[in-house]
Design a protein around this ligand. Structure first.
Ligand code: COA
Ligand code: AMP
Length: 630
């Protein structure tokens, strides 16, 4: 019952609820009130406060006498190295880099793109921006130069901070040539770059533009924290939408601090000093919130893990890291556990380690299938808790508040609404549906602190994508249902976004790339069910009339094109040529029906289909690719 009361208060008295939570943050000027609703349906929280994120993540812990506590542990099985960094050391490194950026002219509000692998310097770079009030935008290393260029043009960064390379199993990925190519492609040019050289592949520095990470910091005086307004953007994080143009989600400074601080104890059940590990990447929202910011704001030790669930060196890596560093709460994606389960179904690696420190495992990023949850619970003998959120929200919409009031787990559900989230399921007309009935999941406005106030340079798109569908609500883009107890079930996306190995990708974006191939007249990309990755993209290509080149050649080129333009992370490996695509009489491609065919799930013949016979052709084509599986 404690949870029900908490949630009721958060939605009936948001002002009182969030002002109370704000006490946990160090303010340069405390907020006079929580919610600013003058511009509804655009909302802001704690807008008139002044505050610095880096102070709250690092300096205040040092000031409180905890400078010797570990802030960051870098564990890199892929390079065979480890590094342990105290709060004092993190503060000093961050202040030093911030000093260098300041001396090169970076001030509050300037954008800085960060393109780095899973090394502690990525966190130092993020926090150095926060220290100055500069707005960072981290770009995931698995994206190609073109995607980086799109983000450069949108964010217009004065500076780019990059690692010279990332390391994937079996190959080094030189980032520097990708960065150079991206700057060439982009119309906007940054003033300067800072390059962290790694021995595995050092980058060639462009004189006058590129500076070595260490050299640029030599002899500069460390920078102090610069307080910014509560509604100042802390960062921009690009995420996939319906088109190839990614959406720049804005994270507001003060709401981010207040919300993340609340989550560490109440959702993840860790206290200051506890070790918390999110095995994600700083390029994703999970990495922003739960590798970098939240654990540090709350005074935990966070782990920066540079490796994979399997193959670095084996399926016991997760358990080794947990045992070796004393991890209390562990956060990963279901796909990572499926990878471990596939390699070590009997859990023989689990027995090699003393996992008594581990109390809870948290899963998010994609639907957590009950079989994987049950397998992990059996192996690890701790609760495995699903929770649901998005880049846009920055923290859980629905979760089980295990540190506040652990609720019964219902398999298949990421549990209940977190404070300030008022979850509704609506039909196409925007009317609430009965419990158990499938519909669009929408959140009644305002969203709680920390969630996006808008999209970077794209207010009209923000309104169109999220606010216009159901006036008074934020449309999540997810479909599902609520049960009688208020547990939510997330079943599918309502747009062209797919989720591949916990990575959010746009099928529309892939279609744009495929359509640029000179032999492709028309195409569709669908997300089909995959046992390991949840979904994988499959391309269906219709060729231009008169194209007589071998289909296999064109398919191979199409696959290479997506890898080159979007990046390896798209995991686009399957495509086939078809004569025509199934469409409605008004010309809309019937992607959902093709997904049903590929997944082998029953479907109703769409009433508006132009020519039902095409579906047989599509089924035959998908069969050649091995779908439905099994
Ligand atoms: N830099 C460069 N390339 C990258 C990359 C990075 N940071 N991350 C992934 N890639 C590449 C991979 O090497 C792979 O390339 P390949 O096609 O040459 O093999 C491709 O992108 C696809 O990667 P991925 O989808 O991760 O597949 P995988 O087969 O390499 O690994 C898993 C499968 C399940 C082990 C892996 O996807 C995983 O650990 N997933 C968890 C994801 C996660 O934590 N998501 C965060 C959301 S909470
Ligand atoms: P991202 O913005 O990359 O975090 O992706 C967000 C999307 O991933 C959500 O809108 C959902 O479609 C999906 N997702 C995230 N967590 C879950 C979950 N626990 N269960 C089901 N889907 C999820």
């Amino acid at each position: 019952m404690r949870y029900a009361e908490l949630h009721r208060k958060s939605v009936t008295d948001p002002e009182g609820f969030w002002m109370a939570q704000a006490q946990a943050i160090d303010w340069d000027r405390p907020p006079s009130k929580a919610l600013f609703d003058d511009n509804a349906p655009l909302y802001e929280w704690f807008a008139d406060a002044r505050v610095n994120t880096c102070w709250n993540a690092l300096d205040r812990h040092v000031a409180a006498g905890r400078g010797d506590q570990l802030a960051v542990i870098h564990d890199s099985p892929i390079t065979g190295t480890q590094e342990k960094i105290t709060y004092r050391d993190m503060r000093d490194r961050t202040a030093q880099l911030a000093g260098a950026l300041r001396d090169k002219g970076i001030t509050a509000g300037d954008r800085v793109i960060i393109y780095m692998p899973m090394i502690p310097e990525a966190l130092v770079a993020m926090l150095a921006c926060a220290r100055l009030g500069a707005i960072h935008s981290v770009v995931f290393g698995g994206f190609a130069a073109n995607e980086l260029a799109v983000r450069i043009d949108d964010a217009q960064p004065r500076c780019i901070i990059a690692g010279s390379c990332g390391i994937e199993p079996g190959r080094v990925v030189p980032y520097k040539p990708l960065l150079d190519a991206a700057i060439d492609i982009a119309s906007y040019k940054p003033d300067f770059c800072v390059i962290f050289q790694r021995d595995q592949a050092r980058g060639e520095l462009t004189p006058g533009r590129d500076h070595d990470w260490h050299a640029v910091q030599q002899g500069v005086s460390p920078a102090d924290c610069v307080p910014v307004a509560g509604n100042h953007p802390a960062y921009i994080l690009y995420t996939s939408g319906t088109t190839g143009q990614p959406k720049g989600v804005i994270r507001p400074t003060a709401g981010h601090l207040v919300a993340l601080q609340w989550t560490m104890k109440n959702i993840y059940n860790v206290d200051p000093g506890d070790v918390f590990w999110a095995a994600s990447d700083v390029g994703w929202v999970v990495g922003h919130s739960y590798i970098c910011y939240a654990p540090l704001i709350a005074g935990n030790t966070t782990i920066v893990f540079e490796g994979k669930p399997v193959g670095t060196p084996d399926a016991g890596t997760f358990w080794r890291v947990i045992a070796e560093h004393g991890v209390k709460s562990f956060f990963t994606a279901p796909t990572a556990l499926r990878a471990v389960k596939r390699e070590d179904p009997k859990g023989t690696h689990v027995g090699r380690y003393d996992l008594s420190c581990l109390k809870t495992v948290f899963l998010a990023g994609e639907r957590a299938d009950p079989a994987t949850i049950q397998w992990a619970e059996k192996q690890l003998n701790v609760p495995v808790i699903d929770h649901w959120w998005q880049t846009e929200t920055g923290w859980a919409i629905a979760a089980n508040p295990t540190g506040y009031d652990a609720l019964p787990v219902k398999l298949g559900s990421p549990a209940v609404a977190m404070p300030g989230y008022d979850i509704h399921v609506l039909d196409e007309g925007g009317h609430p549906v009965a419990p158990g009935t499938l519909g669009a999941i929408a959140l009644r406005l305002p969203l709680p602190p920390g969630t996006l106030p808008g999209l970077w340079n794209a207010e009209a798109r923000f309104r169109k994508s999220y606010l216009d569908a159901f006036p008074g609500y934020y449309a999540t883009g997810d479909a599902g249902y609520l049960d009688e107890d208020g547990y939510v079930y997330i079943m599918a996306r309502t747009d062209d976004v797919i989720n591949v190995a916990g990575h959010r990708l746009s099928t529309g974006g892939m279609e744009e790339v495929l359509a640029s191939h000179s032999d492709v007249g028309e195409c569709a990309v669908i997300g089909v069910a995959d046992e390991l990755k949840g979904q994988v993209p499959v391309g269906l290509l219709c060729l231009n009339a008169g194209t007589d080149r071998p289909h296999a050649e064109i398919v191979a080129e199409a696959v290479a094109l997506v890898r080159e333009r979007i990046g390896p992370v798209a995991a686009f490996k399957l495509a086939t040529v078809v004569d025509r695509l199934p469409k409605t009489r008004s010309g809309k491609v019937l992607r959902a029906t093709m997904v049903n065919i590929a997944d082998g799930t029953p479907y109703k013949m769409p009433a508006t289909i132009d020519d039902p016979a095409i579906l047989d052709e599509i089924a035959a084509a998908l069969k050649t690719l091995g779908y439905p599986q099994g």
